[in-house]
Write a protein that binds this ligand. Structure first.
Ligand SMILES: Nc1ncnc2c1ncn2[C@@H]1O[C@H](COP(=O)(O)OP(=O)(O)OP(=O)(O)O)[C@@H](O)[C@H]1O
Length: 228
């Protein structure tokens, strides 16, 4: 599903964020990415949705070869890879409905299809009663649930979540984890970067440890206790 072969990423400032990294992630897996601050976790994930291109090596995601694909096909990649961030990144001038619909309109869906799907994803994150509210009228946890609804609206095969519980209290984080586990149980591959050892040790999944741009451990579900 996701394959990186001998990937390095050197940013314009000369910092090598990823060093000769190879990994394979199968469809339907739930994978945590952990490691110290500045280790390269976000860069590792950005490579998967083509926010950055590898300096060396190859990245493939589903049917897409990230290095070789044409710019005009990027929207099709984005349909397969949904993204969630720590700070939600909702558009402040749009309502909950509009934030999700906007992500779908980019892919030229009909109004009826969009409305039905927005309703469906809002039910999944239990926010169907907040359709017409604006992001600043919602709590952090609610905003993150909208961001997740938006990320899965196009039924991606992969959901990349970069510190999705980073700004949330433990109870709210547990709610987000339950939603992510439901989405994963429906077949979506989930790659989640986190510093939260409680979550990693409670909701057990494969753990990839990145340090200094390299994978230093890669443990199957239950094979790793995270201490940070
Ligand atoms: N856009 C960029 N331009 C230049 N250097 C960058 C850029 N993004 C990240 N870096 C550098 O690359 C290295 C890895 O950063 P990255 O954000 O991938 O780490 P991280 O493990 O996600 O860190 P954190 O846990 O603090 O979010 C760091 O040294 C960082 O300063």
């Amino acid at each position: 599903m996701i394959e990186m072969k001998n990937v390095s990423k050197v940013y314009g400032n000369g910092i090598t964020a990823i060093h000769d990294l190879s990994v394979q992630i199968e469809q339907g897996e739930f994978v945590y990415v952990v490691g110290p601050s500045g280790a390269g976790k976000s860069t590792f994930m950005r490579l998967m949705y083509r926010e950055v291109l590898p300096t060396k090596g190859t990245v493939s995601v589903g049917d897409f070869d990230i290095n070789e694909m044409k710019e005009k096909n990027v929207p099709f990649l984005r349909r397969q890879v949904g993204v969630v961030f720590q700070d939600f990144k909702l558009l402040p001038t749009l309502t909950v409905f509009e934030n999700i619909a906007y992500a779908m309109e980019v892919l030229e869906k009909s109004t009826r299809q969009i409305e039905a799907r927005v309703e469906e994803v809002l039910k999944l994150v239990k926010l169907e009663h907040k359709t017409d509210m604006y992001p600043n009228e919602l709590s952090g946890g609610e905003q993150q649930r909208v961001a997740i609804a938006r990320a899965i609206a196009n039924m991606p095969r992969v959901l990349v979540a970069d510190e999705p519980t980073g700004n949330l209290d433990p109870d709210t984080s547990a709610g987000i984890m339950k939603i992510l586990e439901t989405i994963n149980a429906q077949g979506t591959t989930i790659i989640m970067a986190t510093h939260n050892s409680e979550i990693v040790n409670k909701y057990k999944h494969r753990v990839i440890v990145i340090d200094d741009g390299r994978i230093t451990r890669d443990e199957e579900k239950g094979g790793y206790t995270y201490e940070n």
